[in-house]
Every structure is written in structure tokens, then in C-alpha cells.
Design a binder for this molecule. Structure first.
Ligand SMILES: [Zn+2]
Length: 353
């Protein structure tokens, strides 16, 4: 359904009182809406990837809407337990953030705290105590900052000039070449950071400034520990933000992720989120063997007691959704109008080394 037609339909349904009827129905009572956020907009990153970021003011509006609408915002683990027991309170919602980037610490959490809402962070951990940005993301961002140009250098980084920075596809091809070169040369995270620094130099961008603003950096151990003490729930998202097709490597991602988080703060970690929302049915028994009891995707929808616990849908909330669409998901109305398809991949590649 085209977005304008969909919005007109939603407006009509809202005017006719359908939103309220569905929101307070027995059907909605047995369903849980899990909201999914990635990053909170800072600097100009929301222009680079509009589908990943939400303005802080928009997040505040969303949280205010939840409060005014008397939605029951529950901790994820409790919400899932009540869902499976068919004992959810009316208008149940859970809030999740993926990745655990620094902007959650600086911008997202303070707003959640203001409203007193519980939150689960699906924390990836490879970069936790490396004060450097996720390599592929920062390279993509640096090239995007010089979009529109053609660069006549780059040999020192194994690139073949001229480098066309005018399209997302050509910029992404450059990122891929840089990643392939790093893999070929077996570079670790810090060495890859030097590649990103050199790239910034070629593009005449102050890399020290990018580093100081902690763009694409994860929360460090101290920040995670501080938030955990304040009640933030940290759950699994793989160590390197990737999903190997090999069972042992896949399970090592879960084990390393759990071990890193346990070193910072001990807690039960049995909830998982597929990196980039990418999943395969072969992963399900592997997750179960690792004592994972819930796994969320980025496919849009509400969870019911009959939903496969290892394929739980969420509603990815970004600047692209207006208030009416947000409300339609909260009430459950949007579930009936949704186009069923797997979510698109959000990240160009893994956070690996
Ligand atoms: Zn992620």
C-alpha cells in the first residue's frame, strides 16, 4: 500500500474510532508491541542513514505519547513472560535499543530515565573497550561527507582512483574494497582505525574531531556498568555483530558476547536480537542450545502468545514514521494493514575485525 494511501486509511480509521476499539480489545490485550530503536540523531548521522536514527525531540514525543496514552511499558523479560502466560496488562509495550552506541548513553537513556520507562539494550561488544568507531560505518560516513565529489587519490589505501563519491553504490564499493583489504592483510581493530584515519586525511576531514564526538562508537564498560546499575537491561546481540553460518562460530559469537557483558555486570542474559535483523531458521536450534529463550527480528509486527519465541517481530521506529503511524502500531491497527515482508538489512556489514 502506498504510504499516502495508508496514512489516509489510518486517518479514516482513527476518525471512526477504530484505533480506540482495537487498542482496548481482547485481541490487543494478548499482544505485545516491542519498539526497536537504533541510534539517536547527533551530528549529521541521521542525514547519512535516515532509516537508522530518530531525533531526540522525536523520541521524547514518542515517550510522551506512551505516557499520555497510558501504555504499559514493561521490562522486556517480564513482558515476554506475561505474553507467554497470557497475562499481559492492557496496551503492553517494551522498548529496545540495538547495538548500544554512545548516543544511547548521551541522548537516549536520559530521556527514558525522565519518563521512568524500562529499556533493554541489545549490546554488541567487540568495540566495547576500543575507543574507536565501527570501521565500516565510519568509512561509509566519511565518504558520504564528501558526497558529490570525485577523488583523484587513494592508492596508499589500496584503492584505484578516481574514486567516485557521487552515489551510495559507488561509495559502498569503496568501503567494501577497504574492508576486503583489511581482511586480506589481517588487520586488527586498531590497525583498521588507522586506515579510517588515513581515509579521513585523504578526504580532508578532521578525524580527531570524529573520534572526540564518539560517532559510531559503542558505550564503554564504565558506561554500561553505570546504566546497568540504574536498571538498564543489557542483552545479547553477538560479539562482532555478525551471524556466521557455521554453528560453532555462531555459538562463539553468543558466548563471547555473554562473557564480555558478564565481566562488566553479572545478570541473566537469555534474550537475543539478530544483528541487522538478519536470521535463518537454521539458527533457531543453535540459539536454544545457548539457552536463549527469546530472539527478536526487525520484521514489523506485534508478538502474540503463538509467535515463535525465537522469531519475535518488532516495530522499528525512525524519523520516517509519523505520529499517526506510530499510534497505529501502538493500538495494533497497523498490524492489519502491514505488508508482510522481511526487514531490509540495516548495516552494510559486520562490526568484526
Ligand atoms: Zn545491531
Amino acid at each position: 500500500m502506498k504510504r499516502t494511501l495508508k496514512r489516509a486509511t489510518l486517518q479514516l480509521l482513527k476518525s471512526a474510532g477504530v484505533f480506540g476499539l482495537v487498542r482496548d480489545s481482547a485481541w490487543r490485550r494478548h499482544r505485545l508491541l516491542i519498539l526497536c530503536y537504533h541510534g539517536i540523531a547527533h551530528e549529521d548521522v541521521q542525514l547519512w542513514r535516515p532509516g537508522l536514527y530518530l531525533e531526540p525531540s522525536r523520541l521524547e514525543q514518542r515517550l510522551d505519547f506512551l505516557r499520555r496514552g497510558q501504555y504499559n511499558v514493561l521490562p522486556l523479560g517480564e513482558a515476554l513472560k506475561l505474553l507467554w502466560e497470557k497475562h499481559l496488562p492492557p496496551r503492553s509495550v517494551a522498548i529496545t535499543f540495538d547495538d548500544g552506541t554512545f548516543d544511547f548513553f548521551s541522548l537516549g537513556y536520559p530521556l527514558l530515565k525522565k519518563f521512568g520507562f524500562p529499556v533493554t539494550v541489545y549490546q554488541t561488544t567487540y568495540y566495547t573497550d576500543r575507543p574507536i568507531p565501527v570501521f565500516n560505518l565510519v568509512c561509509s560516513y566519511l565518504l558520504w561527507k564528501r558526497r558529490g565529489g570525485v577523488l583523484d587519490k587513494g592508492e596508499e589505501l589500496g584503492l584505484k582512483p578516481p574514486l567516485d563519491l557521487r552515489s551510495e553504490a559507488s561509495r559502498q564499493a569503496i568501503v567494501q574494497t577497504l574492508m576486503d583489504n583489511c581482511t586480506r592483510d589481517n588487520l586488527d581493530g586498531m590497525q583498521k582505525n588507522e586506515v579510517a584515519r588515513k581515509l579521513a586525511g585523504l578526504l580532508d576531514i578532521d578525524y580527531a574531531e570524529v573520534l572526540s564526538k564518539r560517532v559510531f562508537q559503542l558505550m564503554n564498560s564504565q558506561e554500561i556498568a553505570q546504566l546497568a546499575r540504574e536498571g538498564v537491561d543489557f542483552q545479547l546481540h553477538t560479539h562482532r555483530h555478525c551471524m556466521p553460518k557455521d554453528k560453532l562460530l555462531f555459538q562463539k559469537e553468543i558466548q563471547d558476547n555473554r562473557e564480555c557483558l558478564d565481566k562488566i555486570i553479572s545478570a541473566e542474559r537469555v534474550h537475543f536480537c539478530y544483528p541487522s535483523g538478519v536470521y535463518s531458521h537454521e539458527f533457531l536450534p543453535w540459539l536454544a542450545e545457548e539457552n536463549v529463550i527469546s530472539a527478536t527480528t526487525c520484521d514489523v509486527g506485534l508478538a502474540s502468545p503463538h509467535t515463535n519465541p525465537l522469531l519475535i517481530p518488532r516495530m522499528v521506529d525512525t524519523n520516517a514514521r509519523n505520529d499517526l503511524e506510530f499510534e497505529a502500531w501502538l493500538t495494533g491497527v497497523a498490524e492489519f494493514l502491514a505488508i508482510r515482508r522481511a526487514a531490509t538489512q540495516h548495516y552494510p556489514a559486520a562490526h568484526n575485525d
